[in-house]
Write a protein that binds this ligand. Sequence first.
Ligand code: SF4
Length: 209
Amino acid sequence: MGKVTGFLEIDRQEQRYEPASDRVRHHREFTIPLTEPEVRNQAARCMDCGIPYCHGDTGCPVHNQIPDWNDLVYQDDWEEASRNLHSTNNFPEFTGRICPAPCEEACTLNLEDTPVAIKTVEQAIADKAIKGGWVRPQIADKKTGKKIAVVGAGPAGLAAAQQLARVGTRFTFTSVSQSPAACCAMASPISRWKRAISISVRPRWKPKA
Ligand code: SF4
């Protein structure tokens, strides 16, 4: 688990926003990330519950192993935290930003206190993994010889393509846009993602010859 007494000692802290007067003037990401020690502090609040309501049917829909990577971040083992997170989540750099975080609603700490800042920790792991070059294609040993059309190149289509590539099946996108996740990157007025986020996923879904 995180720090045994972490939830008693440490208050929840989330990313901050740039002032509205600044962020209306650009289309870049406007959240201000926590520092690494701050993220570790947040991970330290996790109690590693016997029944972790944060994941599974009561919490995270993609079954992220949240208590595990909270502990890994607290132990400062970010690379293993990244491996764990990417084992259940194709694009944590997306979900760490725009998921409504049912995991936090479900967090046991939310009963009497404030929930663990799970989404903030997730985004920090995902961003550090991209920066550190830890996100690499998982090339299948054998090819299936099959090719599948994936309709739409949004996050769901990209995730499907990534899973196909991992089992050695070629794929092709049928999408109105030339770029993957173009709608998310260019047109979403809600998230205003950095284009770099979607561009960063290309090495992972691009099939190898
Ligand atoms: S429910 Fe909250 S405190 Fe419990 S394991 Fe999940 S994140 Fe940690």
